[in-house]
Design a binder for this molecule. Structure first.
Ligand SMILES: [Zn+2]
Length: 121
């Protein structure tokens, strides 16, 4: 069988374990690799961190080799992603939350200004 194109993946946990909330990995056999993560094999952060502490996690993003690898291939790409040290910025789930938080903040500032304006009338 031909080698399948590899995938780089980003895992996001529902809460952080020792400040780590994201895991970036790469595999030629993606589904199998995720299975292993579920069973607690392969990555210490997931096995001893998330799984052992009952922290739920899911794959929130994948990059496919030859399609969306901006630079390098395979493990090279994984290494470069990890070197950025800003997995949260790559995470669609956390980015959406940050946006919602920002919007909520701006809304409350607007409401406060409106209240102040009404009171000074
Ligand atoms: Zn995230």
């Amino acid at each position: 069988m031909d080698k399948l194109p590899g995938k780089c993946y980003l895992i996001c946990a529902e809460r952080a374990h020792k400040h780590a909330r994201h895991y970036i990995g790469y595999s030629d056999w993606f589904d199998h690799r995720i299975d292993l993560h579920r069973k607690g094999q392969g990555a210490k952060l997931i096995a001893n961190g998330f799984n052992a502490h009952g922290i739920g996690w899911e794959v929130v993003k994948t990059w496919e080799e030859g399609v969306s690898f901006e630079y390098g291939q395979g493990y090279e790409f994984e290494k470069k992603l990890k070197a950025r040290k800003d997995a949260a910025a790559l995470c669609p789930r956390c980015a959406a939350k940050r946006k919602a938080y920002k919007n909520a903040n701006q809304k409350s500032i607007r409401n406060e200004r409106r209240n102040q304006a009404q009171q000074s009338r």
